[in-house]
Design a protein around this ligand. Structure first.
Ligand SMILES: [Zn+2]
Length: 492
């Protein structure tokens, strides 16, 4: 066979697919990859004959492509409860295998990554990155400085990336699947748009199937897996709980551009290898551990204490309580929920030079950008969104709260108590915030039955003025939320 030759693969469905032979095909630890002539799909074969012939591996991959597949609707043979809409949603976020190759040998067909996960020619003025995939350490590590500013995104898009990744991993865990090798190499990110795609799905751990032989990636392997790697007995294998270590490592890197466990502490003066093994395994210590500061870098400036209180608590649970006690680690859904709450407290930094551009308002009484220390001069307006408790007429509890900024969009989950910001929610904007002639307004853009504090109807295109202590209904329909405004007079 010669490079460039077109070959035909027969799929298990009986269909055929063409691919271009390449003697220098990209090779990973397990597989090598060819592309279809239109480059829309990758056709992958295993490097080792034993893997390709292993009936347990084949069986595991068949269930991944079929009944566990969240990128195909249940009615088309995909995951239970999956609709066409959620399948489409997750197709953008997983590079999930779509078919199995029977001939010339066992292999898989995966969609190629979407274009925005490849660098284009303008990505760097220094390095030639064109066509390289956007592994997340390009954006969080030392090489970041070589990227053009447009590639780098800002705090808001990195937070969005973290939300997307948490949601994707939550979906996978809901099905009982574990990725087993979640790392900067297997999650591609695009900070320009704030999106992430999870790749190398074929190493998933599937319930009741033999787990794949994955070792994991340095820096993302859970401490207990690394610590027990050499031993035959008591070896801890990748699982949902070990994903729940890798996930917050990635989130922490997206938000802070540093690794949560790599600090100044020396664990073994004799051997660098031993030092690394202890630092990420048995003796791992969070660089921001509030009780044990032995691994704390002296120049730590912005810390988890500058995020929302909820996110700070989750990082403590992940990297202090749960670092060596996997059952204590927050779930992917908890990450998704807290990141979304933080998203609703984002605020644009007034300093045009601020590289992060956005920050989370942790305390409305002391709103300062933690990155450039610029203080907010405007009054901070907080909307407390309350839902009526079931069966208790007139008794409300807070569903969420938001800190508003000019032109902030609001969606169904800000209007109705039974809608959550997830893959099922409509992306249509229902209302927005506008600063107009010194007033702050909430403009109705399609919320039905919105009423003003005095009880008059606020039709589409009309607005409610956001004054301190104002109370109004976001919608008069069932499950419509009550909104309570608090205006914080900033006297700085
Ligand atoms: Zn700033």
């Amino acid at each position: 066979m010669q490079s460039g030759e077109t070959l035909t693969a027969v799929l298990e469905s009986g269909d055929t697919i063409q691919y271009i032979y390449d003697a220098n095909a990209p090779r990973g630890g397990m597989k090598h990859t060819y592309f279809t002539p239109d480059k829309k799909f990758a056709v992958q074969f295993f490097n080792r004959q034993e893997d390709a012939l292993d009936p347990r591996l084949q069986d595991r991959i068949r269930t991944i492509v079929g009944i566990y597949n969240p990128t195909i609707a249940e009615e088309d043979g995909g995951a239970l409860g999956n609709t066409q809409k959620t399948a489409e949603y997750f197709r953008q976020r997983f590079c999930w295998p779509v078919a199995i190759v029977r001939q010339p040998e066992f292999g898989i067909v995966c969609p190629a990554y979407p274009d925005n996960f490849f660098f284009d020619a303008g990505a760097s003025a220094v390095l030639n990155l064109k066509g390289k995939d956007k592994k997340s350490n390009w954006f969080t590590g030392k090489n970041r400085k070589y990227l053009s500013p447009a590639e780098r995104g800002d705090f808001r898009t990195m937070l969005k990336t973290a939300i997307g990744l948490s949601r994707t991993i939550r979906r996978m865990h809901q099905a009982g699947l574990a990725h087993s090798d979640l790392s900067c190499n297997n999650v591609l990110i695009d900070p320009k748009t704030g999106s992430a795609v999870v790749i190398d799905i074929d190493s998933l751990v599937v319930p009741n199937k033999y787990p794949p032989e994955v070792v994991g990636t340095r820096g993302y392997i859970a401490p207990e897996v690394l610590a027990t790697m050499g031993s035959d007995r008591g070896r801890i294998l990748p699982s949902v709980l070990t994903d729940l270590h890798a996930l917050p490592v990635l989130i922490y890197e997206y938000l802070f551009f540093r690794h949560p466990l790599i600090g100044p502490k020396i664990y073994s003066a004799d051997s660098a290898e031993e030092d690394d093994f202890l630092a990420l395994g048995e003796k791992a210590t969070f660089i921001e551990d509030p009780n044990d500061t032995s691994n704390r870098p002296p120049d730590l400036d912005v810390t988890i204490g500058s995020l929302s209180k909820g996110l700070e608590r989750l990082f403590i649970r992940a990297f202090v309580d749960g670092l060596h006690d996997p059952a204590e680690r927050p779930t992917a859904m908890e990450w998704e929920t807290e990141l979304l709450k933080a998203w609703d407290r984002l605020y644009p930094c007034a300093n045009p030079q601020c590289e992060k551009r956005w920050f989370i308002v942790r305390d409305e009484n002391d709103p300062v950008c933690p990155f450039c220390k610029t203080r907010v001069r405007e009054k901070i307006i907080r909307l407390g969104l309350k839902s009526e408790m079931r069966g208790r007429h007139g008794v409300y509890r807070e569903k969420s709260d938001i800190i508003v900024y000019d032109r902030m969009p609001l969606f169904d989950w800000h209007i109705y108590s039974n809608v959550h910001n997830d893959e099922k929610a409509s992306p249509e904007m229902r209302a927005y915030i506008a600063q107009y002639k010194g007033m702050w307004l909430l403009v109705n853009h399609g919320a039905e039955g919105m009423t003003s504090p005095s009880g008059r109807l606020v039709p589409k295109g009309s607005a409610v003025e956001l004054k301190d202590a104002a109370l109004f209904r976001m919608s008069g329909k069932d499950n419509g939320l009550l909104c309570e405004v608090s205006v914080n007079q900033n006297k700085s």
